[in-house]
Design a protein. Sequence first.
Length: 92
Amino acid sequence: KPDYPIITAEQMEKYDGFIFGLSGRYGIMPAQMKTFMDSTGKLWKKGALVGKAAGCFFSSGTQGGGQETMGLTTVTFFAHHGMVFVPMGYID
């Protein structure tokens, strides 16, 4: 397995924006990603992510795998932090 770096919540302050790629199951994001998002409370308290750009893309095993609901729940995370959601749009 490659040794890819894994970002911590504290490191998010250093960046101007983020694109999150998530796999889905039953219309929700993986528990590991939810745990990561839950760990950003200190950043929220001091407004460290306000104004940063954020986007997301999803993958699931089936056409009706819940990509739409994953998008809705991810955008609420961005909104709570005051981040600017940058949609990728619909591309055929």
